[in-house]
Design a protein around this ligand. Structure first.
Ligand code: GRF
Length: 212
């Protein structure tokens, strides 16, 4: 699968969040600092699976349209997934970024945006996938961990890897201190990866991602 550099930069990004939204903020800061055309991408809308989160407040402060799609308002996961797909499609994204979005998207979402959905995960995949990547790595006693920016496929944190950053574990770390240091690296990695994908285009061959 290949994607040419966006014909008309900046590429349109829809960002999905579930929490504090510091990764979203990093994208917003990069586009503000460099200008959307030079950075190559621009956040056009922010979606969430819950209300009342700082991630949505950040979007509102930036004057962006937001939407909330809660699983519990739907009879089943497929109907939630269909509605989320519609919400995102309405903003005509070139790329979708799952930035701390704590839900696994379904078949319909993948059919609409497959090969264009980027996720950030706070561990060095394929080790420690899932919702507790930092906790699981810390409990395992690893000496280095980090973060992975990757494309989403039908598995949980299994898609082709775009970029990884390494973070050493310190003797005095607890889970939360470690996660904060991972997030510092993660924000830079995500900003860099999204910008390069948008500006240069990319191709996915099996498990490999090539950015010219
Ligand atoms: C990130 O570490 C992400 O990888 C994980 O949750 C954190 C989200 O942080 N799934 P934020 O909401 O972007 O501040």
């Amino acid at each position: 699968m290949a994607s040419a550099p966006q014909e008309s930069l900046p590429a349109r990004l829809v960002v999905l969040v579930s929490g504090s939204g510091t990764n979203l903020q990093a994208l917003l800061d990069a586009q503000a600092a460099q200008g959307p055309a030079a950075y190559g991408a621009e956040v056009v809308a922010v979606g969430a699976d819950r209300d009342g989160i700082t991630g949505l407040e950040r979007a509102e402060r930036a004057g962006l349209p937001t939407f909330v799609r809660r699983l519990r308002d739907h009879p089943d996961r497929a109907s939630w997934d269909r509605a989320l797909t519609r919400d995102v499609a309405a903003h005509r994204p070139d790329l979708v970024v799952s930035a701390g979005f704590m839900k696994v998207v379904g078949a319909e979402f993948l059919a609409a945006f497959g090969g264009r959905i980027i996720n950030t995960h706070p561990a060095l995949l394929p080790s420690f996938p899932g919702a507790h990547g930092v906790r699981d790595a810390f409990a395992h006693g690893v000496k280095v961990t980090g973060c992975t920016v990757h494309f989403i496929d039908e598995g949980v944190d299994t898609g082709p890897i775009i970029a990884q950053g390494v973070v050493p574990v310190r003797e005095k770390d607890d889970e939360s201190a470690l996660h904060e240091r991972i997030k510092e690296v993660e924000r830079e990695l995500l900003v860099d990866a999204v910008g390069r994908l948008a500006r240069n285009g990319y191709r996915i061959e099996g498990r490999k991602v090539y950015i010219p």
